[in-house]
Every structure is written in structure tokens, then in C-alpha cells.
Design a protein around this ligand. Structure first.
Ligand SMILES: [Zn+2]
Length: 68
């Protein structure tokens, strides 16, 4: 048996939104970039035509997303 007991003496401090907001924006932009590089094609396409696909085509292959 263990003699230690869980007795938290510290309470986690809340993280201010002002400090989190830049990271949230960075993550949103990164996810948007991954979307355009990875799956902006065919049925998942938001923009008609092949302009975005052709623009990010080399990056798509570099990152290993399936293409054609
Ligand atoms: Zn390709």
C-alpha cells in the first residue's frame, strides 16, 4: 500500500485570453494552410477551379498528401 495521498495544494492558474489568442490565430492559420495544401481538391474544394490546387501542388506532394 502507498502512504502518499493526493492532496493538491496548488490550484492551476487560469490562462488569460490575451496570452492564448496569438496561438489560437496561429493554429487557425496553420489548419487553413494544411487544408488548402492537403484537401482543397474535388469534392472538398471551396474554390472553384484548379487554381489553388495547382498553386500548392508541389507542397502537396512534398508533404505526402495523395493527389493524382
Ligand atoms: Zn499531384
Amino acid at each position: 500500500m502507498s502512504d502518499t495521498t493526493f492532496a493538491p495544494d496548488r490550484i492551476a492558474a487560469p490562462i488569460p485570453v490575451r496570452e492564448v489568442l496569438p496561438w489560437v490565430l496561429f493554429a487557425a492559420l496553420a489548419l487553413l494552410a494544411i487544408y488548402f495544401v492537403g484537401v482543397e481538391e474535388g469534392a472538398t474544394s471551396l474554390i472553384n477551379g484548379m487554381y489553388v490546387h495547382e498553386f500548392v501542388h508541389d507542397g502537396r506532394h512534398l508533404l505526402g498528401f495523395p493527389c493524382h
